[in-house]
Design a protein around this ligand. Structure first.
Ligand SMILES: C[C@@](CO)(OP(=O)(O)O)[C@H](O)COP(=O)(O)OP(=O)(O)OC[C@H]1O[C@@H](n2ccc(N)nc2=O)[C@H](O)[C@@H]1O
Ligand SMILES: Nc1ncnc2c1ncn2[C@@H]1O[C@H](COP(=O)(O)OP(=O)(O)O)[C@@H](O)[C@H]1O
Length: 294
C-alpha cells in the first residue's frame, strides 16, 4: 500500500523581517499564499529506506539531496514509527527558488506517513513536527492564505476574498535562503526588532481587488536578493512593462512572481515574457494545503 500527498509552492505577499533573534533566526510577520505549482510525494512501507526524485523540465532535480538529509526523509525520521519507507517525489516546484518546495515535500511526507500507518495524529501534533523541520513547513500543511509569525512557523489562516492570477519566472540557479538573510543583516544592521505589519495587505486580500493587492505587496528580502542577483530587478521591470500589475521576488528568491489583473491578463504577460525567458509558468492562488490524492 502507498499514500500520495500533494503539497503546493508558496509565495510571500508580505514578508516583514526584523533584526535577528538570539537563536539566529529572524522574527517575521509574513502573509503566505499557496499557489498552483505542486510536488507529489508517495510513501510506502519497505525493508530499507529509499528515495527517488523526479521533476518537470524546469526543476533542477540534481540540486535535491537523495540521502537522509532530504527534508522528506527527515520528516519520516521525525514521525513516530520505526519502519523503513520508499519515498518518491515528483517535483514541479523550483528548487532553492524561494517557493518552499522542500517544505512542501516535508509537509507531504509527514501527512503521508500519518495516513499510511493510520495514526490520525492531531493537527497540533503534525504542526509541531512540521515546525521542527523548518520555518515554512507548517504553512505547507495549512495552505490557503495565512499569516506567519515567530520565525514563520506560527501560522493562522486569514480572510482572502480574491482569486489571484500569477505569472512565475524561476531562475536556472537557486539562491541560498541563509545567504539572503545574512545579506539583509549586512544591508540593515539597525533593523528594528519588530518586523513590519501587513495591515493594508490584509484589507486588500479581504477586498478581492487585484490593483489594491498589487499596491500592498511587500518583501523585505527583495532588496538583498536583487543586490545578490541584479538581473532580478530587470526581470521585475520587464514584467511590469508587459502589463503585470506588480512584480516581486518570491520569498528569498530568485523566483520572481507577477500579479495580473485576470487569467487572460496573466496569459498575455506569460506570452510576452516567454520571448526572453526560458521558463515562464502561470499559477493561481490560493490553493489547498497538503492533501491526500486519490
Ligand atoms: C525566506 C522564507 C520566507 O517564507 O522562505 P524561502 O524564500 O526560503 O522559501 C523562509 O523564512 C525560509 O524558511 P525555511 O526555508 O523553512 O527556513 P529554515 O529551514 O527554518 O531555516 C533556514 C535558514 O534560514 C534562516 N532563517 C529562516 C527563517 C527565519 N525566520 N529566519 C532566518 O534567519 C536561518 O539562517 C536558517 O538557518
Ligand atoms: N525535498 C527537497 N526538495 C528540494 N530541496 C531540498 C529537499 N530536501 C532538501 N532540500 C535542500 O533544501 C534547499 C532549499 O530548497 P527549497 O525548499 O526548494 O528552496 P527555498 O528554501 O528557497 O524555498 C535545496 O537547495 C536543497 O539542498
Amino acid at each position: 500500500m502507498s499514500v500520495t500527498v500533494r503539497a503546493s509552492a508558496k509565495i510571500n505577499l508580505h514578508l516583514g523581517v526584523g533584526a535577528p533573534r538570539e537563536d539566529g533566526f529572524h522574527p517575521l510577520d509574513t502573509v503566505y499564499q499557496a499557489i498552483s505549482l505542486y510536488d507529489d510525494v508517495t510513501v510506502s512501507e519497505t525493508d530499507t529506506d529509499s528515495l527517488t526524485v523526479t521533476g518537470s523540465a524546469h526543476v533542477d532535480v540534481a540540486g535535491v539531496p537523495t540521502d537522509a538529509t532530504n527534508i522528506a526523509m527527515r520528516a519520516l525520521a521525525e514521525a513516530p514509527c520505526g519502519s523503513a519507507h520508499d519515498v518518491r517525489i515528483a517535483k514541479q516546484v523550483p528548487v532553492a527558488g524561494g517557493m518552499a518546495g522542500g517544505s512542501a515535500d516535508g509537509a507531504a511526507a509527514l501527512l503521508a506517513h500519518d495516513r499510511l500507518h493510520d495514526l490520525r495524529q492531531s493537527d497540533d501534533l503534525l504542526l509541531a513536527q512540521a515546525a521542527r523541520l523548518g520555518s515554512d513547513v507548517p504553512f505547507s500543511l495549512v495552505g490557503g492564505t495565512a499569516r506567519g509569525r515567530g520565525r514563520g512557523e506560527l501560522v493562522e489562516p486569514i480572510v482572502d476574498h480574491g482569486t489571484w492570477w500569477w505569472v512565475v519566472v524561476p531562475a536556472a540557479v537557486g539562491l541560498s535562503t541563509p545567504e539572503v538573510y545574512r545579506h539583509f543583516d549586512r544591508l540593515h544592521p539597525d533593523a528594528p526588532a519588530e518586523p513590519a505589519e501587513p495591515a493594508e495587505l490584509l484589507a486588500a486580500l479581504a477586498s478581492g481587488e487585484p490593483v489594491r493587492l498589487a499596491r500592498a505587496l511587500h518583501n523585505d528580502l527583495q532588496e538583498p536578493a536583487i543586490d545578490l542577483r541584479p538581473e532580478l530587478g530587470d526581470l521585475i521591470a520587464r514584467g511590469e512593462a508587459e502589463g503585470a500589475l506588480r512584480g516581486m521576488v518570491s520569498g528569498s528568491g530568485p523566483t520572481c512572481v507577477f500579479l495580473c489583473d485576470s487569467q487572460e491578463g496573466s496569459m498575455e504577460v506569460l506570452t510576452a515574457l516567454s520571448a526572453s525567458y526560458d521558463v515562464v509558468l502561470s499559477a493561481v492562488g490560493p490553493v489547498a494545503g497538503a492533501h491526500v490524492l486519490g
